[in-house]
Design a protein around this ligand. Structure first.
Ligand code: CDP
Ligand code: MG
Length: 692
């Protein structure tokens, strides 16, 4: 190591000298293939040195190109080096649920163990870990919540914050919190002579992993922590731009996919799209256009990957295409750095991504399609050059690239903070403005979040945690406003109904809306529709399906019930996957509230109380009809429209509460219930003063 001058980053490069093209005989068994593959990863040749670095440094920053094996291999190295002795765990946090799931499955396979044994994952509403789990992949949000229950994270010997460059709001909070946990753990070791909750306390090792080549920001944040670079291998990637801007990037992507398929050498294609809808429509269009090609040109296999995809389908993108076929993987920016799909040689990058944005003065959060940053564009093109020289097609002119921002703004600067602030408060961190964030959120968004939490009764007037409400709200794995709804429902005697509501609102669309059968779907939906609004409509879907299910359960085997239920959903144009998911969520949050000592009671058919409870819970999102038939959101003063999918779209009641505000061509409100305008003053008098 050369000596350091002040301000210089303490870092070094760990080189690998592997031959990327080592032949792998196709006759090898699956286990042998995996072993071979592991050996060829750039990180494999530096295992020993990496472990030494972890042993020497309590905080280590590891930077390495995507696909070099950081996420899948390092935890296994740590396990082999004894970091999981005496029941200790290595925890790996991921910004994305889907990465936690697919990586854990892959690592379980590599270790030849069943998922949930030595290797498992925990994400909200889906925990596969057991007492034998030693390598635990989880979302950053999950780890944060775990700290509420176990502030010293005492079961972990090492925590790896993965994909730190993504800078999600949870990652940023974790980075700060882990600093504190590490300090507190060392103190606990000193003070109590090393015995912690019956186990021996040991210092916590922290590893921050990032794909961005600039480790400086993390190193400086941790007082000049050591950073090491794992060198990946990158083959040259030719970048192509369009001559003119494309007015329809989905269509342009489609054209490009077929140009590659028909004109380029073998190799799979990766296309970056912004969301599920876009992916599904491109998938369908690819299939349609294939039908117009001669038989021998149809060997193109579209595969989707996005977070709401059922988990059994998620793993399909990793399998090689059948012989003679070319895969075209249609992905959200999940495939940018979080997961690496083998075989990719061509990347199609329209240059857009869905990103959160937040306007604190209006309290409005939205998910917008925006141009990527330069860093994202580079990451995307890099995906084409992992296994050999590749090509990347950017669907915009070169001059547009120059105009892109260098990197993405950290999420903490563009989201509603009430959730994380409530968690910090529950962790005993009171001074939010003075908190040691790596990037400080704006003062106005902190103020707004504190105000919202006060209005919801989570904080006292001087911004301390309100007991027990605030504490209870922080412990529920839900947005504060939904947690509050459950607490209120307990008082309104409609907890059963609210649990169903929150579960149904937590899943992707409950109704299945096939393009070809819109009218038929609408008529079937009418059968559930309530004139009072969407919440009651969801309630009747849930209740009716439940009744149906219980009856069938009594007389059929489980597999058969699944099938019958599938048919019921199909006949009723209900999305069976969403309904199943909602059922799971219901079970889990019901468990949560029962643990808090709540008694789950139902208001039965007295749905007036339930609607009043909705008004009392969601009073911050109320809207009033205007003379011209549009609505005014009372909190922000904004003009909004009822979304066409709402059952209240035609009837347009005078006053409503809503759960979601989204901006597309117009500002739409979704998930509404009709209320009596006088209820607001009665049920939320601290916010709505009664007018004469
Ligand atoms: O974390 P990093 O980007 O450095 O790499 P990784 O996610 O550990 O991936 C290492 C290798 O495992 C890549 O070659 C992936 O293609 C492969 N992998 C896989 O084949 N199947 C998975 N489900 C996950 C990773
Ligand atoms: Mg990774």
């Amino acid at each position: 190591m050369p000596s350091m001058t002040q301000g210089e980053l303490k870092s070094s490069v760990l080189n690998s000298n592997q031959n990327p093209n080592s032949p792998v005989a196709s006759s090898l068994s699956k286990r042998q293939k995996i072993a071979e593959h592991k050996k060829t990863l750039p990180i494999a040749s530096v295992e020993k040195r990496l472990i030494e670095e972890v042993q020497k440094n309590d905080i280590l920053i590891i930077v390495g190109e995507t696909g070099s094996g950081k996420t899948t291999q390092l935890p296994q190295f740590l396990f082999n080096a004894g970091f999981c002795r005496e029941g200790k765990m290595v925890g790996i946090s991921q910004p994305r649920r889907i990465a936690a799931v697919t990586v854990a499955k892959r690592v379980a396979e590599e270790c030849d163990v069943q998922l949930g044994q030595r290797v498992g994952y925990s994400i909200r509403f889906d925990d596969t870990t057991s007492s034998s789990t030693r390598l635990k992949y989880m979302t950053d949000g999950f780890l944060l919540r775990e700290a509420l229950v176990d502030p010293l994270l005492s079961r972990y010997s090492v925590i790896i914050v993965d994909e730190a460059h993504e800078r999600t709001v949870h990652t940023d909070v974790l980075l700060a919190l882990l600093k504190k946990v590490q300090r507190d753990r060392s103190k606990a070791v000193d003070e109590i002579g090393g015995v912690l909750k019956g186990r021996k306390a040991s210092p916590l090792k922290l590893i921050i992993m990032s794909a961005s080549l600039d480790a400086r920001v993390f190193s400086e944040y941790y007082g000049g922590a050591r950073a090491v670079h794992v060198q990946g291998r990158q083959f040259p990637v030719d970048i192509f731009y369009t001559v003119h801007p494309e007015s329809d990037y989905v269509d342009a992507a489609l054209v490009t996919i077929f140009q590659i398929h028909l004109g380029e050498k073998e190799g799979d294609i990766l296309v970056f799209l912004t969301g599920q809808d876009e992916i599904e429509s491109v998938e369908r269009l690819v299939q349609e256009r294939l039908q117009h090609l001669p038989e021998d040109k149809r060997k193109l296999l579209p595969l989707a990957i996005f977070s709401a995809l059922p988990s059994e389908k998620q793993m399909r993108v990793f399998a090689p295409a059948p012989i003679g076929f070319r895969k075209v993987v249609l992905a959200t920016n999940i495939a940018e750095t979080s997961i690496t799909i083998p075989g990719i040689r061509y990347v199609v990058d329209p240059g857009f991504v869905k990103a959160r944005s937040y306007n604190p003065s209006k309290g409005m959060e939205s998910l917008d399609v925006v141009p990527t940053s330069k860093a994202q564009a580079l990451q995307r093109s890099g995906r084409a050059g992992r296994e050999g020289p590749g090509k990347c097609f950017r669907l915009y002119p070169e001059r547009e690239f120059e105009k892109l921002d260098d990197s993405t703004k950290p999420e903490i600067k563009r989201c509603n903070l009430s959730n994380v602030i409530l968690q910090l408060k529950a962790l005993g961190i009171d001074d939010i403005v003075g908190f040691d964030f790596i990037d400080k959120p704006s003062r106005s968004s902190i103020v707004k979040a504190l105000e919202e939490l006060r209005l919801l009764g989570a904080l006292t007037d001087d911004c301390k945690l309100e007991k027990p409400t605030g504490d209870q709200m922080a412990r529920l794995p839900l947005d504060p406003v939904y947690s509050k709804a459950l607490i209120l429902a307990n008082q309104f005697n409609c907890l059963e109904e609210m649990l169903i509501t929150v579960a149904m609102l937590s899943v992707e669309s409950i109704f299945y809306d096939p393009r070809e059968k819109r009218e038929e779907a609408r008529i079937s939906r009418n059968h559930f529709a309530s004139i009072e609004g969407d919440h009651l409509t969801y309630l009747s879907v849930y209740r009716e399906s439940n009744e149906f299910l219980e009856k069938r359960k009594a007389e059929n085997s489980e597999a058969k019930v699944d099938k019958i239920m599938g048919k019921w959903c199909k006949d009723n144009f209900v999305n069976s996957r969403s309904l199943k998911h909602a059922r799971d969520i219901y079970r889990q949050i019901r468990g949560n509230v029962e643990q808090m000592g709540f008694n789950v009671s139902s208001c039965g058919d007295d749905l007036l109380e339930y609607r009043r409870c909705l008004a009392a819970s969601f009073f911050l999102k109320a809207a009033q009809r205007q003379m011209d038939g549009t609505y005014r959101a009372l909190e922000s003063g904004e003009i909004v429209h009822i979304h066409p999918t709402s059952v209240l779209f035609r009837s347009k009641p005078e006053s409503v509460i809503f759960n979601e505000l989204m901006q597309t061509s117009k500002k739409y409100i979704k998930n509404l219930t009709r209320i009596d305008p006088l209820w607001l003053a009665e049920l939320a008098p601290h916010h709505y003063k009664t007018e004469e």
